[in-house]
Design a protein around this ligand. Structure first.
Ligand code: IMP
Length: 426
Protein backbone atom coordinates (compact mmCIF):
# COMPACT_ATOMS: atom_id res chain seq x y z
CA UNK A 1 0.00 0.00 0.00
CA UNK A 2 1.44 3.30 -1.01
CA UNK A 3 2.98 6.17 0.82
CA UNK A 4 2.02 9.43 -0.87
CA UNK A 5 3.82 12.74 -0.63
CA UNK A 6 1.57 15.77 -1.08
CA UNK A 7 3.55 18.85 -2.12
CA UNK A 8 2.67 22.38 -3.16
CA UNK A 9 3.54 22.93 -6.84
CA UNK A 10 3.45 26.75 -6.62
CA UNK A 11 4.12 29.31 -3.84
CA UNK A 12 2.06 27.65 -1.08
CA UNK A 13 -1.68 28.05 -0.36
CA UNK A 14 -2.56 25.73 -3.25
CA UNK A 15 -5.21 23.93 -1.19
CA UNK A 16 -3.01 21.10 0.09
CA UNK A 17 -5.13 20.98 3.27
CA UNK A 18 -8.25 19.91 1.37
CA UNK A 19 -6.41 17.17 -0.52
CA UNK A 20 -4.43 15.81 2.42
CA UNK A 21 -7.56 15.89 4.49
CA UNK A 22 -9.38 13.80 1.87
CA UNK A 23 -6.49 11.33 1.84
CA UNK A 24 -6.23 11.40 5.65
CA UNK A 25 -9.73 9.95 5.84
CA UNK A 26 -8.38 6.78 4.22
CA UNK A 27 -4.93 6.90 5.83
CA UNK A 28 -3.42 5.27 8.89
CA UNK A 29 -0.87 8.02 9.33
CA UNK A 30 -0.39 11.66 8.28
CA UNK A 31 3.09 13.12 8.66
CA UNK A 32 4.34 16.72 8.56
CA UNK A 33 7.98 16.93 7.53
CA UNK A 34 9.03 20.60 7.28
CA UNK A 35 8.12 24.18 8.10
CA UNK A 36 6.33 25.14 11.26
CA UNK A 37 3.43 27.35 12.23
CA UNK A 38 4.10 29.56 9.19
CA UNK A 39 1.70 27.15 7.46
CA UNK A 40 -2.04 27.28 7.83
CA UNK A 41 -4.57 24.65 6.87
CA UNK A 42 -8.29 25.24 6.93
CA UNK A 43 -10.24 22.01 7.06
CA UNK A 44 -14.01 21.63 7.10
CA UNK A 45 -15.40 18.51 8.80
CA UNK A 46 -19.14 18.01 9.11
CA UNK A 47 -19.74 21.71 8.46
CA UNK A 48 -17.31 22.71 11.20
CA UNK A 49 -14.26 24.76 10.25
CA UNK A 50 -10.91 23.84 11.82
CA UNK A 51 -7.83 26.03 11.41
CA UNK A 52 -4.53 24.39 12.22
CA UNK A 53 -0.97 25.58 11.71
CA UNK A 54 1.20 22.82 13.06
CA UNK A 55 -0.89 19.74 13.90
CA UNK A 56 -1.36 17.49 10.81
CA UNK A 57 -4.90 17.25 9.43
CA UNK A 58 -5.04 13.52 10.27
CA UNK A 59 -5.79 14.51 13.88
CA UNK A 60 -9.41 15.03 12.87
CA UNK A 61 -9.80 11.28 12.28
CA UNK A 62 -9.73 9.06 15.35
CA UNK A 63 -8.24 6.13 13.41
CA UNK A 64 -5.36 8.17 12.06
CA UNK A 65 -1.98 8.76 13.72
CA UNK A 66 -0.64 12.29 13.22
CA UNK A 67 3.09 12.79 13.20
CA UNK A 68 5.11 15.98 13.52
CA UNK A 69 8.38 14.83 11.97
CA UNK A 70 11.99 15.72 12.76
CA UNK A 71 12.16 18.26 9.90
CA UNK A 72 9.50 20.50 11.44
CA UNK A 73 10.41 23.46 13.67
CA UNK A 74 8.03 23.50 16.61
CA UNK A 75 6.88 26.46 18.65
CA UNK A 76 5.75 24.59 21.79
CA UNK A 77 3.46 27.39 22.93
CA UNK A 78 1.61 27.33 19.61
CA UNK A 79 1.49 23.53 19.52
CA UNK A 80 -0.02 23.37 23.01
CA UNK A 81 -2.54 26.11 22.16
CA UNK A 82 -3.56 24.10 19.10
CA UNK A 83 -3.91 20.89 21.13
CA UNK A 84 -6.10 22.77 23.66
CA UNK A 85 -8.20 24.28 20.88
CA UNK A 86 -8.74 20.90 19.20
CA UNK A 87 -9.64 19.26 22.50
CA UNK A 88 -12.12 22.02 23.33
CA UNK A 89 -13.77 21.23 19.97
CA UNK A 90 -14.06 17.58 20.98
CA UNK A 91 -11.13 16.32 18.87
CA UNK A 92 -9.13 13.40 20.31
CA UNK A 93 -5.43 14.35 20.23
CA UNK A 94 -4.11 11.16 21.83
CA UNK A 95 -2.81 9.84 18.49
CA UNK A 96 -0.54 12.81 17.92
CA UNK A 97 3.22 12.10 17.99
CA UNK A 98 6.04 14.60 18.07
CA UNK A 99 9.57 13.77 16.92
CA UNK A 100 12.22 13.89 19.62
CA UNK A 101 14.59 15.27 16.92
CA UNK A 102 12.41 18.23 15.88
CA UNK A 103 13.94 21.63 16.62
CA UNK A 104 12.23 24.15 18.85
CA UNK A 105 11.30 27.71 18.02
CA UNK A 106 12.48 29.85 20.94
CA UNK A 107 11.37 33.38 21.95
CA UNK A 108 14.58 34.86 20.50
CA UNK A 109 13.81 33.27 17.12
CA UNK A 110 10.50 35.09 16.92
CA UNK A 111 12.15 38.37 17.96
CA UNK A 112 15.01 38.01 15.48
CA UNK A 113 12.65 37.15 12.62
CA UNK A 114 10.86 40.49 13.08
CA UNK A 115 14.04 42.49 13.72
CA UNK A 116 15.77 41.05 10.66
CA UNK A 117 12.77 41.83 8.46
CA UNK A 118 12.73 45.43 9.73
CA UNK A 119 16.48 45.73 9.13
CA UNK A 120 16.04 44.62 5.51
CA UNK A 121 13.48 47.39 4.93
CA UNK A 122 12.40 47.41 1.30
CA UNK A 123 14.36 44.21 0.67
CA UNK A 124 12.38 42.29 3.29
CA UNK A 125 11.37 38.71 2.53
CA UNK A 126 7.83 39.19 3.81
CA UNK A 127 8.17 36.34 6.31
CA UNK A 128 5.38 35.29 8.64
CA UNK A 129 7.55 36.52 11.58
CA UNK A 130 6.94 33.26 13.41
CA UNK A 131 10.67 32.61 13.99
CA UNK A 132 10.93 29.96 11.29
CA UNK A 133 14.08 31.24 9.54
CA UNK A 134 16.07 31.91 12.74
CA UNK A 135 15.13 28.45 14.10
CA UNK A 136 16.47 26.76 10.94
CA UNK A 137 19.55 29.01 11.13
CA UNK A 138 20.33 27.69 14.61
CA UNK A 139 19.66 24.12 13.49
CA UNK A 140 22.24 24.47 10.72
CA UNK A 141 24.64 26.40 12.95
CA UNK A 142 24.44 23.41 15.31
CA UNK A 143 23.11 25.54 18.13
CA UNK A 144 19.52 24.36 18.04
CA UNK A 145 17.52 23.00 20.96
CA UNK A 146 15.45 19.93 20.13
CA UNK A 147 12.33 18.37 21.58
CA UNK A 148 14.41 15.65 23.25
CA UNK A 149 16.39 18.35 25.08
CA UNK A 150 13.16 19.61 26.65
CA UNK A 151 12.89 16.32 28.50
CA UNK A 152 16.30 16.66 30.16
CA UNK A 153 16.00 19.63 32.57
CA UNK A 154 19.73 19.90 33.38
CA UNK A 155 20.87 19.78 29.76
CA UNK A 156 18.09 22.17 28.80
CA UNK A 157 19.21 24.76 31.33
CA UNK A 158 22.76 24.74 29.93
CA UNK A 159 21.59 25.00 26.33
CA UNK A 160 19.23 27.86 27.08
CA UNK A 161 21.92 29.72 29.04
CA UNK A 162 24.40 29.38 26.18
CA UNK A 163 21.91 30.37 23.51
CA UNK A 164 20.39 33.28 25.40
CA UNK A 165 23.88 34.71 26.12
CA UNK A 166 24.72 34.59 22.41
CA UNK A 167 21.40 36.00 21.31
CA UNK A 168 21.53 38.78 23.92
CA UNK A 169 24.76 39.97 22.33
CA UNK A 170 22.96 40.17 19.02
CA UNK A 171 19.80 41.71 20.47
CA UNK A 172 21.68 44.40 22.39
CA UNK A 173 24.70 45.19 20.22
CA UNK A 174 23.19 44.86 16.76
CA UNK A 175 19.52 45.64 17.33
CA UNK A 176 19.65 47.83 20.47
CA UNK A 177 17.04 45.69 22.25
CA UNK A 178 16.57 44.73 25.89
CA UNK A 179 18.25 41.41 26.80
CA UNK A 180 16.22 38.27 27.50
CA UNK A 181 16.35 36.47 30.83
CA UNK A 182 17.68 32.92 30.45
CA UNK A 183 15.98 31.94 33.72
CA UNK A 184 12.59 33.13 32.47
CA UNK A 185 12.97 31.30 29.14
CA UNK A 186 14.01 28.16 31.04
CA UNK A 187 10.97 28.30 33.35
CA UNK A 188 8.64 28.81 30.41
CA UNK A 189 10.07 25.90 28.41
CA UNK A 190 10.19 23.57 31.40
CA UNK A 191 6.44 24.08 31.69
CA UNK A 192 5.96 23.09 28.04
CA UNK A 193 8.16 20.03 28.57
CA UNK A 194 5.81 18.48 31.09
CA UNK A 195 2.79 18.92 28.84
CA UNK A 196 4.52 17.70 25.67
CA UNK A 197 6.26 14.67 27.20
CA UNK A 198 3.44 12.17 26.43
CA UNK A 199 3.56 12.99 22.72
CA UNK A 200 7.32 12.60 22.17
CA UNK A 201 8.75 9.59 20.28
CA UNK A 202 11.33 8.45 17.73
CA UNK A 203 8.94 9.16 14.88
CA UNK A 204 11.27 7.96 12.08
CA UNK A 205 11.03 4.42 13.48
CA UNK A 206 7.23 4.61 13.71
CA UNK A 207 6.74 5.98 10.19
CA UNK A 208 9.03 3.35 8.70
CA UNK A 209 7.26 0.60 10.62
CA UNK A 210 3.89 1.84 9.38
CA UNK A 211 5.05 1.78 5.75
CA UNK A 212 6.68 -1.64 6.19
CA UNK A 213 3.44 -2.97 7.66
CA UNK A 214 1.59 -1.86 4.51
CA UNK A 215 -0.25 0.99 6.17
CA UNK A 216 -1.42 4.01 4.17
CA UNK A 217 0.80 6.98 4.92
CA UNK A 218 0.36 10.57 3.72
CA UNK A 219 3.16 13.11 3.93
CA UNK A 220 1.43 16.43 4.25
CA UNK A 221 3.42 19.24 2.63
CA UNK A 222 3.57 22.81 3.83
CA UNK A 223 4.44 25.91 1.77
CA UNK A 224 5.26 25.30 -1.90
CA UNK A 225 8.05 24.17 -4.22
CA UNK A 226 8.93 27.72 -5.32
CA UNK A 227 9.52 28.61 -1.66
CA UNK A 228 12.09 25.82 -1.22
CA UNK A 229 15.37 27.17 0.13
CA UNK A 230 17.36 25.37 -2.60
CA UNK A 231 14.97 25.25 -5.52
CA UNK A 232 12.71 28.26 -4.97
CA UNK A 233 13.03 31.92 -5.92
CA UNK A 234 15.95 32.47 -3.55
CA UNK A 235 16.27 34.54 -1.38
CA UNK A 236 12.47 35.03 -1.40
CA UNK A 237 11.88 31.58 0.05
CA UNK A 238 11.21 29.88 3.34
CA UNK A 239 14.07 28.16 5.19
CA UNK A 240 13.00 24.55 4.73
CA UNK A 241 12.47 22.04 1.89
CA UNK A 242 8.85 21.93 0.77
CA UNK A 243 9.83 19.77 -2.25
CA UNK A 244 9.42 15.97 -2.23
CA UNK A 245 13.09 15.49 -1.29
CA UNK A 246 12.36 17.29 1.98
CA UNK A 247 9.89 14.55 2.88
CA UNK A 248 12.60 11.94 3.22
CA UNK A 249 14.92 14.13 5.30
CA UNK A 250 12.11 15.54 7.39
CA UNK A 251 10.66 12.15 8.30
CA UNK A 252 13.59 9.73 8.23
CA UNK A 253 12.08 7.63 5.45
CA UNK A 254 14.17 6.64 2.40
CA UNK A 255 13.12 7.79 -1.10
CA UNK A 256 12.47 4.19 -2.18
CA UNK A 257 9.52 4.05 0.20
CA UNK A 258 7.53 6.89 -1.37
CA UNK A 259 5.30 5.63 -4.16
CA UNK A 260 3.53 8.71 -5.43
CA UNK A 261 4.17 12.43 -5.41
CA UNK A 262 1.01 14.49 -5.72
CA UNK A 263 1.58 18.11 -6.73
CA UNK A 264 -1.18 20.48 -5.68
CA UNK A 265 -1.83 23.62 -7.72
CA UNK A 266 -4.53 26.17 -8.32
CA UNK A 267 -5.88 27.07 -11.76
CA UNK A 268 -4.22 30.44 -11.16
CA UNK A 269 -1.25 31.41 -8.95
CA UNK A 270 -1.07 33.21 -5.62
CA UNK A 271 1.89 34.36 -3.59
CA UNK A 272 2.10 35.92 -0.12
CA UNK A 273 5.19 37.87 0.73
CA UNK A 274 7.65 39.44 -1.66
CA UNK A 275 9.66 37.94 -4.50
CA UNK A 276 9.51 37.20 -8.23
CA UNK A 277 6.09 36.61 -9.79
CA UNK A 278 6.23 37.06 -13.60
CA UNK A 279 2.54 36.28 -14.22
CA UNK A 280 1.25 38.60 -11.47
CA UNK A 281 -1.97 40.44 -12.35
CA UNK A 282 -1.90 43.96 -10.95
CA UNK A 283 -5.33 44.82 -12.37
CA UNK A 284 -9.06 44.21 -11.88
CA UNK A 285 -8.71 40.63 -13.11
CA UNK A 286 -6.31 39.95 -10.24
CA UNK A 287 -8.65 41.73 -7.79
CA UNK A 288 -11.63 39.69 -9.03
CA UNK A 289 -9.75 36.40 -8.57
CA UNK A 290 -8.59 37.47 -5.08
CA UNK A 291 -12.17 38.21 -4.01
CA UNK A 292 -13.73 35.12 -5.59
CA UNK A 293 -10.98 32.88 -4.29
CA UNK A 294 -10.94 34.51 -0.82
CA UNK A 295 -7.20 34.90 -1.23
CA UNK A 296 -6.19 36.25 2.17
CA UNK A 297 -3.51 34.49 4.26
CA UNK A 298 -4.71 31.95 6.87
CA UNK A 299 -1.68 32.68 9.04
CA UNK A 300 -1.19 36.44 8.66
CA UNK A 301 -4.43 37.63 7.00
CA UNK A 302 -2.38 39.38 4.28
CA UNK A 303 -4.03 39.81 0.85
CA UNK A 304 -2.33 37.39 -1.51
CA UNK A 305 -0.77 38.49 -4.79
CA UNK A 306 -2.57 36.91 -7.75
CA UNK A 307 -1.54 35.89 -11.28
CA UNK A 308 -2.12 33.44 -14.11
CA UNK A 309 -0.81 29.91 -13.95
CA UNK A 310 2.89 29.89 -14.78
CA UNK A 311 3.73 26.84 -16.89
CA UNK A 312 7.45 27.60 -16.68
CA UNK A 313 7.34 27.30 -12.90
CA UNK A 314 4.93 24.35 -12.98
CA UNK A 315 7.14 22.38 -15.37
CA UNK A 316 10.09 23.15 -13.13
CA UNK A 317 8.16 22.12 -10.01
CA UNK A 318 7.15 18.86 -11.71
CA UNK A 319 10.79 18.11 -12.44
CA UNK A 320 12.32 18.92 -9.06
CA UNK A 321 9.61 16.95 -7.24
CA UNK A 322 9.25 14.06 -9.67
CA UNK A 323 5.50 14.63 -9.67
CA UNK A 324 3.43 11.62 -10.62
CA UNK A 325 -0.02 13.11 -10.04
CA UNK A 326 -1.74 16.47 -9.82
CA UNK A 327 -4.55 17.97 -7.81
CA UNK A 328 -5.87 21.01 -9.69
CA UNK A 329 -7.80 23.23 -7.31
CA UNK A 330 -10.02 26.29 -7.53
CA UNK A 331 -11.02 25.96 -11.18
CA UNK A 332 -14.42 27.38 -10.16
CA UNK A 333 -12.76 30.68 -9.21
CA UNK A 334 -11.97 31.32 -12.90
CA UNK A 335 -15.52 30.49 -14.08
CA UNK A 336 -16.91 33.25 -16.28
CA UNK A 337 -13.56 34.43 -17.65
CA UNK A 338 -13.72 34.58 -21.43
CA UNK A 339 -10.08 33.59 -21.89
CA UNK A 340 -7.65 31.87 -19.52
CA UNK A 341 -3.94 32.41 -19.88
CA UNK A 342 -1.05 30.04 -19.17
CA UNK A 343 2.56 31.26 -19.37
CA UNK A 344 4.51 28.73 -21.45
CA UNK A 345 7.88 30.54 -21.63
CA UNK A 346 9.53 33.84 -20.68
CA UNK A 347 11.04 36.51 -22.87
CA UNK A 348 14.37 37.49 -21.32
CA UNK A 349 15.98 40.39 -23.24
CA UNK A 350 14.47 39.17 -26.50
CA UNK A 351 15.42 35.53 -25.89
CA UNK A 352 12.80 32.81 -25.28
CA UNK A 353 13.58 30.75 -22.19
CA UNK A 354 11.62 27.80 -20.85
CA UNK A 355 13.27 27.41 -17.44
CA UNK A 356 13.18 29.85 -14.54
CA UNK A 357 16.36 31.91 -14.21
CA UNK A 358 18.56 31.56 -11.13
CA UNK A 359 18.93 35.23 -10.23
CA UNK A 360 16.49 37.88 -9.11
CA UNK A 361 17.90 40.37 -11.61
CA UNK A 362 17.10 38.05 -14.51
CA UNK A 363 13.69 37.20 -13.05
CA UNK A 364 12.84 40.89 -12.91
CA UNK A 365 13.35 41.19 -16.69
CA UNK A 366 11.34 38.06 -17.59
CA UNK A 367 8.13 38.76 -19.47
CA UNK A 368 5.72 35.85 -19.68
CA UNK A 369 4.82 34.48 -23.10
CA UNK A 370 1.23 33.38 -22.84
CA UNK A 371 -0.92 30.79 -24.48
CA UNK A 372 -4.64 31.62 -24.42
CA UNK A 373 -7.31 29.03 -23.83
CA UNK A 374 -11.09 29.34 -23.85
CA UNK A 375 -12.66 29.91 -20.43
CA UNK A 376 -15.52 27.99 -18.87
CA UNK A 377 -18.80 29.02 -17.28
CA UNK A 378 -20.30 28.03 -13.92
CA UNK A 379 -19.42 24.40 -13.27
CA UNK A 380 -22.06 23.06 -10.89
CA UNK A 381 -20.85 19.89 -9.19
CA UNK A 382 -19.67 17.42 -11.83
CA UNK A 383 -18.89 14.02 -10.32
CA UNK A 384 -16.67 12.73 -13.13
CA UNK A 385 -14.04 14.20 -15.39
CA UNK A 386 -16.17 13.43 -18.46
CA UNK A 387 -18.84 15.79 -17.11
CA UNK A 388 -16.66 18.90 -17.11
CA UNK A 389 -16.92 21.47 -19.93
CA UNK A 390 -14.79 20.81 -22.99
CA UNK A 391 -12.76 23.99 -22.45
CA UNK A 392 -11.86 22.95 -18.89
CA UNK A 393 -10.89 19.49 -20.14
CA UNK A 394 -8.49 21.14 -22.64
CA UNK A 395 -7.04 23.26 -19.85
CA UNK A 396 -6.46 20.20 -17.64
CA UNK A 397 -4.84 18.35 -20.54
CA UNK A 398 -2.50 21.29 -21.18
CA UNK A 399 -1.40 21.29 -17.51
CA UNK A 400 -0.85 17.51 -17.71
CA UNK A 401 1.31 18.02 -20.82
CA UNK A 402 3.41 20.70 -19.13
CA UNK A 403 3.99 18.64 -15.99
CA UNK A 404 4.04 15.11 -17.45
CA UNK A 405 1.81 14.17 -14.51
CA UNK A 406 -1.74 12.91 -14.38
CA UNK A 407 -4.64 14.88 -12.90
CA UNK A 408 -5.96 12.73 -10.05
CA UNK A 409 -8.09 15.41 -8.40
CA UNK A 410 -9.96 18.39 -9.88
CA UNK A 411 -11.57 20.69 -7.40
CA UNK A 412 -14.58 22.80 -8.44
CA UNK A 413 -15.45 24.37 -5.07
CA UNK A 414 -14.31 24.76 -1.47
CA UNK A 415 -16.37 21.93 0.04
CA UNK A 416 -15.12 18.37 0.12
CA UNK A 417 -18.14 17.37 -2.01
CA UNK A 418 -17.16 19.74 -4.80
CA UNK A 419 -14.29 17.58 -5.95
CA UNK A 420 -13.77 15.17 -8.81
CA UNK A 421 -11.58 12.22 -7.90
CA UNK A 422 -10.36 11.09 -11.28
CA UNK A 423 -8.15 8.38 -9.85
CA UNK A 424 -7.97 6.74 -6.44
CA UNK A 425 -4.50 7.33 -5.05
CA UNK A 426 -4.45 4.59 -2.43
P1 IMP B 1 8.83 32.29 6.57
O1 IMP B 1 8.52 30.89 6.21
O2 IMP B 1 7.95 32.85 7.66
O3 IMP B 1 10.29 32.51 6.84
O4 IMP B 1 8.51 33.21 5.28
C1 IMP B 1 9.28 33.12 4.09
C2 IMP B 1 8.36 33.26 2.86
O5 IMP B 1 7.53 32.12 2.74
C3 IMP B 1 7.42 34.46 2.91
O6 IMP B 1 7.24 34.96 1.59
C4 IMP B 1 6.12 33.88 3.43
O7 IMP B 1 5.00 34.64 3.06
C5 IMP B 1 6.16 32.52 2.72
N1 IMP B 1 5.37 31.48 3.42
C6 IMP B 1 5.71 30.84 4.55
N2 IMP B 1 4.75 29.94 4.87
C7 IMP B 1 3.82 30.00 3.91
C8 IMP B 1 2.61 29.28 3.65
O8 IMP B 1 2.22 28.37 4.39
N3 IMP B 1 1.93 29.63 2.54
C9 IMP B 1 2.37 30.60 1.68
N4 IMP B 1 3.50 31.28 1.86
C10 IMP B 1 4.22 30.99 2.97
Amino acid sequence: MPAIAVVGAQFGDEGKGKVSHYLARQAHMVVRTQGGNNAGHTVVVGGKVFRVHIVPSGVLYPECTSVIGNGVVVDPEVLLQEIDYLRSEGVDTSRLILSDRAHLIMPYHRMLDGLDEDRRGLRRIGTTRRGIGPAYMDKNARLGIRVADLLDPEGLREMIEENVALKNDLLQKVYGQEPLSAAAVYEEYLGYAERLRPYVADTARLVNEAIDAGERVVFEGAQGSLLDVDHGTYPYVTSSHPVAGGVTIGSGVGPTKIDKVLGVLKAYTSRVGDGPFPTELLNEQGDAIRERGKEYGTTTGRPRRIGWVDGVLLGYAARINGLTHLAINSVDVLAGFDKIKIAVAYDLDGRRIEDPPATLRDFARCKPIYEELDGWGELGTPAHRNEIPHSLERYVQRIEQITHAKAAVISVGRDQGETIYVEELF
